[in-house]
Every structure is written in C-alpha cells, then in structure tokens.
Design a protein around this ligand. Structure first.
Ligand code: ZN
Length: 400
C-alpha cells in the first residue's frame, strides 16, 4: 500500500489486522513496449529521471483495448464502488460493485489530452500499472498471472476493531493498496486524495509499482501454498520481505530511491499499523540501514503478527538491495544495475515460493538472492554489503 491502511489480508482468515497509514513509494517512467501506430498516445504526468520531477509528456499506452473505458491487458478501471471493510466481523461488504469508467479527452494532433482531473488520473493509473507490468515482464516474470481490476475512488469505509460496541467507522482517503480477498479475487484500490496533493497518489508511478509488486508477490509465493503453521516470527519476516520487495521494485522501476518525496513532504509522520507507532512517510532507499536487534530483529520475533509493522524490515531489505546494486562490478551503470538486482530478487522470490517453510527466516531469502547473483565478482560485492549491514546473522547466509 501506499499508505498502508491495513495489513496484508485483512479479511480472509479472520485476523483483525488494523494498520493505518503506512507507506511505500516509488515512481518510474517506463519503458514502453514497441509502439503500434494504433496505440493511443495520451498526455500524462510522468516522472522524469533527469530532473527528478513529474512533467507532462505524451506517452504511448500499448495494452489498452478500450481507451474510453480504460480497460486492457494491464487492468480494468472500475468507478463508483462502495465497500465496507469490517475488522470487527472480518467481513467485506460490497454495497455497490461499481461500473466501467468514462475517460474523456480532446484529440490534439493525435494526442489524447485528458479533459478533467479524473481522466488524467485514470489514464495515469492505467499507464503506471501497464509500465509496472512491462517492467516485471522484462525481468522474466509471467505477468499474465496478475489479473486484477482497479477500483478508482471507491467509497471505502473501515470499521475498526476497537473492541467496543460502538464501531469506530471512517471513510478512508489518501491511500492506494493492493488487497488479496480470496484465491480468485484480488484488486487494486485507489482512494480519493485529500492531503497529499503534490503529486497525487495515483499519479506517482512508484506507488503504483509498489502496489503492483504486492500482486506479483502473491504469484511468486502463492498464498494457498504457504505453510499453514507458520510461526509468528516467520509471518512477520515474510511480511517485511513483501514490503521490502515492493519498495525496491518501485525504486528499480523508477530509478528513484526516494519516490515518495514527490507526494509527501519529508518529516510527515503517520500513525502506523498498531496505532501506537508513528513512522515517517517518506522512505529513501539510498540511505543505508544496519539490521539491528532493537529496531528489526526483536520486533519481528516478539510482536504479534496482527500488531506487527513490516516497514522497518522492508526498508532494510530495500536499502540493502539498493546498496548492492551500487556496488556491482557489472553492470556499472546505475540503471542497469538496478534492473539486474531486481531480476535476481524476483527470481529469488520465486525460489522462496518453492521452499517456504513454517520457520522462515530473513537470511533464507538473502541466501536465495546471493545464489542468483551471476558471477563470483558480483557475489563478493553483494556479500560484503550483506556482511556490513546484516552482521547479526551474516554467518547464516549461504553462498557468501
Ligand atoms: Zn506495501
């Protein structure tokens, strides 16, 4: 999630995760696939790496089959949905399933210029999901397995599990998230924005890539195949890996270590997860993080999964990957090194899906990543970063 309104699978399984406002980040522009002359060209706000800013650009959107309804291979946008997520009862109730959206644009010399904010936002969301999908495909991931609709500006009501008879109810805003509802039912939700208006959430490419990565995570490590008897610590570490994976993929996709800064000011703190913790919204993967007993290890081992905030472990993993990318012998170009590192991480995640155990530990994922590193020279570089940042359990990491 962008800001995490709640945890991973709030509805299924009956656990009452309640976490608000957590965030992730990223941006990216992206490599569009080969252009077909029939592909619609749309004027959108996109991230420009050179100036580290969002700028208007005419982009080809290559997978749209119905531009007026914003439907295509990447996703289908759905407007007007009305849903209540009840953490007390662990239910999700659809009052209105929503309907197709209407994209409105003026054709200026072959470029579709959105006529209103919603049309700009919807086209940006579609494009950001498409570019995330194409990025994952370029790393060898079978993105055809991610088949999710996107709910645009739904009315999303949350009933908090406060234990009292008077449910604490709120209509959520300023968030974007992926949700796994059932084995056959997953979706992205883009809520109306209110406070974060520098680059509205749906227009921030990194945020959308972060959310798309959660959907990919559920393909790489299928929920139905995960051990049913995972220890509390194993679940927490896996949750942290999910967030770190999403953050790093967003960073790699956008080439922007600090993708969230375009949407939220540094120094903005939000209540996270268990309502007792304040975290800073903006996370910068280029700032190295040492894995520590107090900040990372003990919370993961000692916090009940329903109360666990995964973002510290996630930020550690994301910054670790970013630092490794910066140390590689080949490729030495930063952008290519991020792609290469992302590819190894995606493959390691797929490997993890095949061997995930009930007592999963973070070093197992790091070991699988090291296994995927393509040369002795790069492995030495990667291991030296792991030794420096993950000294607590470095001796458990295999392949170094
Ligand atoms: Zn997330």
């Amino acid at each position: 999630m962008l800001f995490e309104l709640f945890g991973n699978s709030p509805v299924v399984g009956g656990r009452t995760h309640l976490w608000y406002w957590i965030i992730f980040v990223v941006l990216g522009v992206g490599g569009s696939a080969a252009c077909d002359p029939d592909d619609p060209i749309i004027a959108l706000l996109t991230y420009d790496e050179a100036s580290d800013a969002y700028v208007m650009a005419d982009v080809a959107v290559t997978t749209l089959s119905d531009v007026e309804r914003m439907k295509g291979d990447a996703t289908a946008l759905i407007g007007g949905a009305d849903v209540t997520l009840d953490y007390e009862e662990s239910t999700m109730t659809w009052h209105d399933p929503g309907h197709s959206v209407a994209f409105s644009a003026i054709n200026e010399d072959g470029v579709l210029v959105p006529e209103d904010y919603d049309s700009l936002a919807m086209a940006s969301i579609y494009y950001n999901i498409e570019s995330s999908m194409l990025f994952f495909e370029s790393l060898g991931f079978d993105s055809s397995k991610v088949d999710i609709p996107t709910y645009y500006n739904p009315k999303f009501t949350i009933i908090k599990p406060d234990g009292s008879s008077d449910a604490d109810e709120e209509v959520a805003e300023d968030n974007a998230f992926y949700m796994y509802m059932t084995k056959k039912d997953q979706a992205l939700f883009i809520l109306p924005f209110d406070q974060f208006q520098w680059v509205p959430l749906p227009l921030n490419t990194g945020i959308i890539t972060h959310e798309y990565s959660h959907a990919a995570f559920d393909i790489l490590i299928p929920k139905p195949d995960r051990p049913g008897d995972m220890s509390n610590a194993a679940e927490n570490f896996l949750y942290g890996v999910n967030e770190g994976f999403a953050d790093f993929m967003a960073v790699a996709r956008t080439r922007d270590a600090n993708f969230m800064e375009h949407t939220a000011e540094e120094g903005v703190f939000i209540t996270e997860c268990n309502e007792n913790t304040q975290i800073e919204l903006v996370r910068d993967a280029s700032i190295p993080i040492d894995y520590t007993e107090t900040r990372h290890d003990a919370p993961a081992r000692n916090t009940d999964h329903a109360e666990f905030c995964p973002y510290d472990v996630g930020s550690f993993l994301s910054s670790l990957m970013y630092e490794i990318a910066g140390e590689l012998d080949q490729p030495s170009n930063r952008a290519e090194a991020l792609d290469q590192t992302a590819e190894w991480l995606v493959k390691a995640m797929g490997d993890l899906g095949k061997v995930l155990s009930a007592d999963f530990e973070l070093w197992q994922l790091i070991s699988l990543f090291i296994e995927r590193v393509d040369s002795d020279a790069n492995r030495v570089k990667a291991c030296s970063v792991v030794e420096k940042r993950y000294s607590l359990y470095y001796s458990n990491v295999e392949g170094c």
